[in-house]
Design a protein around this ligand. Structure first.
Ligand SMILES: C[S@@+](CC[C@H](N)C(=O)[O-])C[C@H]1O[C@@H](n2cnc3c(N)ncnc32)[C@H](O)[C@@H]1O
Length: 387
């Protein structure tokens, strides 16, 4: 295995088990192939870890192990089995079984939807182990079908070609249950891996505060998860909004699958909230779960403007003492950022805010404290009061 030297700053982070080295912290000339395995050392030739390197990527080295050990089929298998074992107690019909750095397999995401697997490769280094990984997963779960994707936007940053592959059979719709709610989703050419499993516990948590016949507005609804829980658990009056016709079609299917009714709107939430404001329609409970507005640090300030826009307008159409759940799924937007957005929006609207719950990604998307980026999904549920 080739060696790579990193500077003091990176060495300190690695000693604290942070799993990435940025390009500016690599001392050795970047003469490596995309995804090549490397042993990492500091300037004094002290061993720090084993990982893979990609000169094309800003995150140039990703650590696979902080121990000096061979990285081979056996290593990958032990990591996958460990990740699978962690899920045994929480495994519902649908579960994320491997969550990249959260399971010490950077660049690999695996979701299990009942008898089907959705596998995403995000880095050149992980693609090198593709055959081993698929072989281990198929032996472990014996799925009816596996949909494999080399994710386009991630692999572009890695300088390698995207790809997709079907192993076995993948039907048009894959069915599963989550906390007693039935879902149908598609895996091929889907958003992300097909479904937002990370919001599972939050979907359930919110139902605690929703009352029968409450008017619920599920913004950025995708397959309809939040709204559907509100309907199935509390028989609320639910309206769901998404910009994607496909998402709304899926949400409609999911309501029908559970034999319940909702109202569905294909619209840009930014515009739709303004329309509701004009029409003076009010809601008791509003969910704002937008896509990642800040995919990079440089997009943070425009992302915050987007958050402020939807939050200000949601506060105008929520009933007095009504609830709003605001989420961010970006690494770059923290809880404090969300609090600031809420407080500024409250000032503009002359409201006081009661924080009810802080919400995070579900436990099958592990948060490793040594790696601040592994906490990516944050939400705040709050109540809006007239002064
Ligand atoms: C993070 S997902 C929502 C996940 C969903 N709440 C769930 O629990 O499954 C974000 C959704 O926002 C939609 N979207 C993106 N931009 C939008 C916009 N400007 N207006 C409405 N929907 C939008 C996407 O189509 C996607 O379905």
């Amino acid at each position: 295995m080739k060696k790579v030297l990193v500077n003091k700053k990176a060495a300190k982070k690695l000693e604290e088990f942070f799993p990435w080295v940025y390009r500016s912290d690599v001392i050795s000339p970047l003469e490596y192939e995309a995804g090549e395995l490397v042993e990492i050392y500091d300037e004094g030739e002290r061993f720090l870890g084993v990982g893979y390197i990609n000169p094309a990527s800003l995150i140039t080295i990703r650590v696979l192990s902080f121990k000096k050990e061979p990285i081979n089929h056996r290593f990958i298998k032990s990591r996958i089995l460990k990740a699978a074992a962690k899920r045994v107690k929480i495994l519902q019909h649908a579960c994320r079984v491997i969550h990249s750095e959260g399971d010490f397999l950077p660049g690999l995401i695996v979701d299990k939807y009942d008898e089907y697997l959705s596998v995403q490769f995000l880095t050149a280094g992980m693609v090198r182990f593709k055959e081993d990984i698929l072989d281990i997963l198929i032996n472990l779960y014996e799925p009816k079908g596996v949909y494999v994707v080399g994710e386009e936007s991630a692999l572009k940053k890695e300088g390698i070609e995207p790809f997709s592959q079907v192993i076995g059979e993948i039907p048009q719709r894959v069915f599963f249950e989550e906390n007693g709610v039935k879902f149908a989703i598609k895996l091929i050419d889907a958003q992300k891996t097909g479904f937002y499993l990370d919001q599972r516990r939050n979907r359930k948590a919110l139902t605690r505060y929703i009352k029968q016949k409450d008017r619920v507005l599920d913004c950025f609804c995708h397959a309809g998860g939040f709204g559907l829980y509100a309907k199935v658990y509390k028989d609320a009056k639910v309206r769901l909004v998404d910009i994607s016709e496909e998402a709304i079609a899926l949400a409609k299917e999911n309501f029908a699958l559970n034999d319940v009714k909702g109202e569905f709107v294909v619209a840009n939430v930014f515009d739709y909230l303004r329309e509701l404001r004009k029409s003076k329609e009010k809601f008791d409970f509003i969910i704002l779960d937008p896509p990642s507005f800040a995919k990079s640090k440089s997009k943070k300030s425009s992302a915050l403007k987007g958050f402020k826009d939807i939050t200000v307008n949601a506060m105008k159409i929520v009933e007095d003492e009504g609830y709003i759940a605001l989420f961010s799924c970006s690494h770059h937007i923290g809880v404090k950022d969300l609090e600031d957005v809420i407080l500024q929006s409250a000032k503009d609207n002359r409201k006081t805010i009661e924080v009810i719950e802080y919400l995070y990604q579900d436990v099958d998307h592990p948060y490793i404290l040594n790696n601040e980026f592994s906490l990516y999904l944050k939400g705040i549920l709050f109540r809006v009061h007239q002064i």
